[in-house]
Ligand binder design. Sequence first.
Ligand code: GDP
Length: 376
Amino acid sequence: MTRKHHKPDWVPENAGAEFTTSVMSGVDGGHDGLPGQTRQVPPRTHIPRRRRLTVDEYVAGVLSGDRNVMAQAITLIESNAAAHFDMAQEVLRQLIPSTGNSIRVGITGVPGVGKSTFIEALGLHLCEQGHKVAVLAVDPSSTVTRGSILGDKTRMELLSRDLRAFIRPSPSAGTLGGVARKSRETILICEAAGFDVILVETVGVGQSETTVRSMVDFFLLLMLAGAGDELQGIKKGIMELADALLVNKADGDNKVRANAARADYNRALHYLAPATEGWRTKAYTCSAVSGDGIGAIWQVIKEFHQQITASGVFAKRRQRQTLDWVYSMVEEHLRTSFFNHSGVGNIRAAVEQAVIEGHLPPTVAAQQLIHQYENY
Ligand code: GDP
């Protein structure tokens, strides 16, 4: 079989940290459990730890749902080396026909709202129902390879031991665009491996909500009762991204307040444009600790899935997201290429100064810089 190794143009020539992955010992070996939990991960396959896999082995391993190979394929995707990049793209190209068969759910909310407790409760609930659940994180500020999702060893302890679940921390820090690319490609690997529910946790740092929204079907905003919208950093903009609001910690003394908050949010939502055409965003309550409301929110997600699949909105959104992804990579490449361009670098300071001093209109300045970029 002949294969075309085509290197896409969008990889920045002077790629920065976003294309860097620190492959730490133990990660490339490919188990996805917690350090010190090797007993709980499935037995290794026959593939020796250090031998490099071929493209065919990656593809076959992922398609057979081999967690070991999956983890290695994701490490390949996260790698910075040019050879790894080409190989990862070839693996993805072959896996693409087997991707897409999942519901992708984004989960956001301020730190402490209960995201990981909720994801564990929902994940276990889904595993019990026979689903295969992948949990990923998007955290552009993450500097540790194992990332925030597993930074605290107590997080999702039960779920991380469940063989029907696969947990992968955020790729290490880089630009949001770089982290997002890796996360999107990781979603595809998980789908090709047969995971039918993908939970993507976002760490609430401004833009990452929009980025995660752009890669999922359903976006869930976790809230707290009585914390005040300001405190929760919940701006109208983020509520408008959500397909459901879920007031967590509706247990004990907090239950009454949680119900009141749900009613308040439902009133506020009435005035907002829905995030998804044909779907009404509503507020619900749950307790991630007691499990109350976990089954109910999954029913909401299922109903959403059925409804927007039937209306065609699901397929349309997926198509638009894929094209948006293409153009966001093009934009990122062009931006990097422009700012690394030596011709541009030669005149930038002078042009900026002229603009600041009012000698040069901004539009003319932009034209001069672009002319320089295109011609020198
Ligand atoms: P994250 O930072 O959003 O991932 O939040 P965590 O899942 O780490 O939860 C923060 C704290 O809230 C932990 O101490 C949890 O035990 C607690 N917590 C999470 N969910 C609930 C809940 O439903 N009820 C109560 N009472 N506490 C909760």
